[in-house]
Design a binder for this molecule. Structure first.
Ligand SMILES: Cc1ncc(COP(=O)(O)O)c(C=O)c1O
Length: 355
């Protein structure tokens, strides 16, 4: 039986989107492909409120995280860690030999404007890594405010934002906020299968990257730029996924961006209210995620057993991530899930646990 995915990625993919991949193959140097990329790119720009470039990488987000940090800094990078996924980004920076320091908060806490300000004042940084939605803890960091402070006080710092588990689910005004790099894989709020990453890059980040030696090849903005005007990519793109993305972007724009952000917030508020009533919310309540809710397992339920029972009814949620396994469980409310889905899911959990 198909289990509807209420996990924070991959998430539930509608039949129409699955079918959109099953169209005849086209050559990636053919006009048909250029037409496809030329059709989908402005839709992505509209969703990200940007007039700057949006690239499509045949890779999961981790590849783009690595590619971005390799071409954003000539001096030092500040990494910001508030959970397992932002920690992973720090490790990628270290593994690539990029000079860096880490600003770290306890899991469940947010990376705040004041903390970033204090950390950036300590050394000559020219790049920062920020995770907008920490999928492991269910915390959403105040990226708009952090970016505004950076532009005012540290204007040379390239602002790289991992929006993996919130892009297409929350508003990200790439140009107005002054972001330099912002990316997400398609298996989360885009509600597509995995394997494709959407990445917006500012003009100033592209210019800076040209000065960075050893900036890599596959993810180099300069490599993408060689083909961008032709609406192509240097390496073979994930054509089937881009076909599906094009159909999904039509649906996203037809829903209306403000409606889409409001739907995600409504699902989040409903799930939080359910969690508060029956368990407890994990983390700082001022910074809760609009796309995934991390519930503290105050009743000491067996999360594995709950998921087994849910599986029999056609649903799947996530255990806590890493150290939070069994101490928490996560319910995602992203992509094409609806309020009806969330009400159905919580009713199933209520029934299984006798709440
Ligand atoms: C916030 C965040 N960043 C990065 C990643 C890594 O993405 P991927 O495994 O698709 O490369 C994830 C995956 O869940 C994530 O949630």
């Amino acid at each position: 039986m198909y289990k509807k995915l209420f996990i924070p990625g991959p998430t539930h993919v509608r039949d129409e989107i699955l079918q959109a991949q099953a169209v005849p193959m086209i050559g990636h140097r053919a006009k048909e492909y250029s037409d496809l990329q030329a059709a989908v790119t402005p839709k992505l720009q509209e969703m990200l409120y940007t007039r700057q470039r949006v690239y499509l990488f045949a890779s999961s987000s981790t590849g783009v995280m690595e590619g971005s940090i390799r071409q954003s800094s000539l001096k030092r990078t500040l990494t910001t860690v508030c959970g397992a996924f932002s920690k992973r980004w720090h490790e990628i920076v270290v593994d690539n030999g990029v000079p860096c320091d880490k600003l770290e908060v306890e899991p469940g806490q947010a990376i705040t404007v004041d903390l970033v300000d204090e950390a950036l004042s300590k050394a000559d940084y020219d790049a920062i890594c920020l995770t907008m939605n920490e999928t492991a803890t269910g915390v959403m960091n105040p990226i708009q405010e952090i970016a505004a402070m950076i532009h005012k006080k540290y204007p040379d710092v390239i602002i790289q934002v991992d929006a993996v588990s919130c892009m297409a689910g929350v508003k990200i005004e790439f140009d107005a906020w002054g972001l330099d790099v912002c990316f997400a894989g398609t298996q989360k709020c885009f509600a597509l299968p995995p394997g494709l990453t959407v990445c917006a890059v500012s003009d100033r980040a592209r210019e800076k990257a040209l000065k960075v030696p050893n900036r890599g090849h596959y993810f180099a903005w300069s490599m993408m730029d060689k083909h961008y005007e032709k609406s192509q990519t240097p390496a073979t793109p994930a054509i089937s996924l881009i076909q599906a993305l094009n159909v999904q972007m039509d649906a996203i724009l037809a829903e209306g961006l403000e409606n889409r952000w409001a739907r995600h917030l409504e699902m989040a508020e409903y799930t939080r209210a359910w969690a508060r009533k029956n368990f407890r919310l994990y983390g700082d309540e001022r910074y809760l995620s609009n796309t995934v809710t991390n519930v503290e397992n105050t009743r000491n339920i067996n999360v594995g057993d709950l998921n087994k029972e849910l599986g029999k009814r056609g649903a799947m949620i996530s255990n806590g991530y890493g150290d939070l396994k069994d101490k928490c469980f996560r319910i995602a409310h992203m992509g094409d899930l609806t309020m009806d889905d969330m009400k159905w899911l919580t009713a199933q959990i209520d029934d299984i646990l006798g709440l």
